[in-house]
Structures are given as structure tokens and as C-alpha cells.
Design a protein. Structure first.
Length: 267
């Protein structure tokens, strides 16, 4: 007989709440709650866009130095935009046919894996950025990855027939190819068009150069690596009139003074 049973009783750990939490995140038959939808839109749509807009170091220049990975900015922007559209489509339309669900699931799961990879690549820089008070934003890809993986798994499991694994596997593969192929193809076309336009600015006559600068104005956010060729030509140019012409074209395209970019490149 225990005199103080409240002191000798072994506490029982209730895991039901934890299990129910994870079930709510991934069960395909459960209708997403309003907080879940708000969370998904916040960290799956708004947060990635904000990170790109206020990016201080990854794809845009900041802190007085060049960006870390400027060559990959175009394909990352396009792939992220594609994923955002697909997530919004899934949240808006909900479940459809098994094949289309599997396609969306494959695309979103691949997007989640992509965000996770980005987060891991940026992890050392995010950790150092904590000292400056901004590194917390570098951990956003991990939360975004959770959003895409959760919705991808829900889509993949929605209306899934155990006897039709081939349908789901085919849909998953088509979604993965779609989300990789479309942004990659668009990035290649944009880079090709931007490269040709820069060639016309650097070596074409005044009329063709002016038209090329006008075309690049539309692509300026996706053609930063190519625009740096204008900066390099400006740095190496010895003719004052030609330097001023290149400076004028750069301002027309970006709205910025080329000297600012020169200081970043030469830092």
C-alpha cells in the first residue's frame, strides 16, 4: 500500500495528440482546416516571393558584394513560380481524377525536395546570418518544403485505388517531368534570347542595340548573369563615348546606374 500514490504513480505519456496532429497534416481524406490553408498560403506562396524580393545575398547582390549563385537565379525563379501556381491550383480546386491528383502530387513533392535542398545549401549562410538578425529568413525553405511535401502527399493519396498503382506511378512521373522540364526549357529560352540581345548591344549598330535593350527590359529580372556581360564590357572599355553608351543602355534596361554594379562586381 502506497502512502503517497500521487508520488509513486508512473506518468503515462499520451501520444494520441501527437498522432492526431500528424494525421491531420497528411491524411488525404481530411478536409484541410482554415489554419492549415492560411499556413500553406503564407509559407508556400507569400514567404517564397518575399524571400526573392528581399534577397540580400543568394541571387541578388547585397551587403556590398556579389550574390552567391547568380547563374541559377533564372531556373530557380521559374521553378518556384511554377510550384506556387500548382500549390494554389491544388488548394483552390481540391481533389480531381486519380491521375491528375498523382501528377500534382509528384510535382509538389519534387518542389518540396527542391526547397529542402535549397535550405540545406543555404544552411551555413543562414546560421552565420543569425548573428546579423536576418538569418532566420534563410530557414524559410525548410518550412516551404513541409508545405509542398504535405500537400504533395495528400494529392498523391487522394482517391487512390490500391489496384491502380501504375496510374499513380505514371502520374507522379509525369508531374515530376513537368515541373522540371517546363522551367528548364523556359530558362534556356530566356537565357538564349538575353544572350542574343546582349550580343547586339555589344557588337551591333545603334538601331539594333536600342531594340535589344528594349527587349531586355522585360527580361531584366531573369537575365542578370547576361547583363553582367555589359558590366564587364563597360569595365574594359577605354573609349569614353562608348562607355557612356553602355551606361545608358544598362540604365534603360535595369533603371540603375551601372557604376553601382561595377563596384559590386569588383568587390
Amino acid at each position: 500500500m502506497h502512502i503517497f500514490p500521487e508520488l509513486t504513480a508512473v506518468p503515462q505519456i499520451d501520444t494520441s495528440m501527437k498522432q492526431r496532429f500528424w494525421q491531420r497534416q497528411f491524411l488525404p481524406t481530411r478536409t484541410p482546416t482554415t489554419p492549415q490553408v492560411v499556413f500553406d498560403l503564407t509559407f508556400g506562396v507569400v514567404a517564397p516571393i518575399a524571400c526573392f524580393m528581399f534577397d540580400p545575398i543568394v541571387f541578388q547582390a547585397g551587403f556590398g558584394g556579389p550574390p552567391l549563385f547568380p547563374a541559377y537565379s533564372t531556373v530557380v525563379y521559374l521553378l518556384s513560380g511554377f510550384e506556387i501556381v500548382l500549390l494554389c491550383l491544388w488548394l483552390l480546386m481540391g481533389q480531381g481524377a486519380e491521375f491528375s491528383n498523382a501528377m500534382l502530387g509528384g510535382a509538389l513533392i519534387l518542389g518540396g525536395a527542391f526547397c529542402l535542398m535549397i535550405g540545406l545549401i543555404l544552411l551555413p549562410f543562414s546560421a552565420m546570418g543569425l548573428l546579423l538578425g536576418i538569418g532566420i529568413f534563410g530557414f524559410t525553405p525548410f518550412v516551404t518544403a513541409f508545405v509542398y511535401l504535405r500537400n504533395g502527399l495528400r494529392a498523391l493519396r487522394a482517391k487512390a485505388d490500391p489496384q491502380s498503382r501504375f496510374t499513380r506511378a505514371t502520374g507522379f512521373l509525369c508531374g515530376a517531368v513537368l515541373v522540371l522540364g517546363v522551367p528548364a526549357l523556359l530558362a534556356w529560352q530566356i537565357q538564349t534570347a538575353a544572350s542574343r540581345s546582349v550580343d547586339e548591344i555589344l557588337s551591333g549598330d545603334a538601331l539594333h542595340a536600342s531594340h535589344a535593350a528594349h527587349r531586355l527590359t522585360v527580361l531584366r529580372y531573369l537575365a542578370a548573369p547576361e547583363l553582367d556581360r555589359i558590366v564587364a564590357a563597360y569595365i574594359s572599355e577605354t573609349d569614353a563615348q562608348r562607355k557612356e553608351t553602355l551606361r545608358s543602355y544598362y540604365r534603360q534596361i535595369t533603371g540603375e546606374d551601372i557604376e553601382v554594379r561595377v563596384r559590386i562586381v569588383q568587390d
